[in-house]
Design a protein around this ligand. Sequence first.
Ligand code: ZN
Length: 450
Amino acid sequence: MQHARFLVPLAVLGGAAFLALPTRTEAYTTIGGSLGLAQRDFRVFNNFTDPTANDNTTPDANFPGATGVALAMWKANLEWGSRLHGNGNGDPTQPGGLGSGGANFDPSWQGLATGVGGTNDNIISELSGSSGGTLAYCETPIQDGWRIRFYQDAANWSDGPGSTAGGQYDLQGVGTHELGHALGLGHSTVSGATMQAVATVNGVNERTINADDIAGVQAIYGVAAATKPIITNVVQSGCSLTITGSNFAPTGNEVWFTRLNNASGDPLKVTNVTSVGGTSITLTAPTAAGPGDLLVKIPGSANSALSNAWPVSPQGGTAPQSYCQAAPNSYDIFGATMAYSGSTSLATNNFTLVTNGVPPNAACLYFFGPNQAFAPFGNGYRCVGNPTTRLPIMNASPFGDAALTLNFTTSPASTIPANSPRNFQLWYRNPAGGGAGFNLSDGLQVVFCP
Ligand SMILES: [Zn+2]
């Protein structure tokens, strides 16, 4: 049977008097059950209709890949996490303080869903209409998952990120409350607690869990154990990730990623990962890992086996970067400029060099090398230093584009290593441009993944 755990506006309830007083000193209550390690994933179905529910389009480095209501809900759940999420920043109302639970509980952000899902699919979405002043509710029992719905007509919803405007309700704050239900908490009578049954219009207080909420989540999941793995930093180089922290297992660790286009909600797990001294893990991000969080799970099924969540954006490793300078040619006053398509994964083997603004049908060739340069050459600039390797001569299209898909299984592209920068440039003939009769594009630096 599904029970609705809901949050209503203060104005409707006229206070929290309807709640039964708890019998212990702490004022938090529990609804029974907890989220095991198989239920830490959560997603947002972004069907929210108020323009102000999705008008925050500013990305945040601590929450890569998310804006609008998705960003607000990600922050809402991370507030319950065991320790600071990254450097704890991202919420202007609690700078440096996001991630206050201190319990053996940490969630795994799994991005956007494509529907509202079932009652145990751990998806947050909007529901049309209204219901007696209820703002939102969480469907339980939580043991096999939950679902949270926000009533479309119950409020003028705002995604923040700062304080909300007049008459609006804060999605992040109400989300923090509803996610408290998903964790197993009932309502609290403590004034100012996130789990109070009432929300105040314009208020963002619910975003910050208070001592009573912290006592509640610690009662359900246990105070963060001394043996719980801890992530303190993640450094990315190409597709290689180095996770620094403590309490990692020597062998058998799992690294959980946010899965790209996640239909199931399950985290993307890399298994049988070893650590160095329990404090460092280096691995290659899978190509299906998207921007999000990563967590480390040591062997075992206890709540304390899963680390805190740490933001990471491993998709395609480091994005290829343009550099140097294109010079004007007879066809394009901006010259020929480098672009690319396909994956930077050598194994995927579909990376394609693309150049626009090349004189139509011009004879041309790409060349590459490990070093950069910047020196006048022909009618343009040479951007790749010695030593260089040439790719086959070809012709630009009648529309002034050149493109070449690299084949990493045959020479010379097979000599390109992973995790070491390579710089690419297009040389092309341009007699109509006068001068030396040839010119070059700008440069493109690429770090390939295995
Ligand atoms: Zn509630």
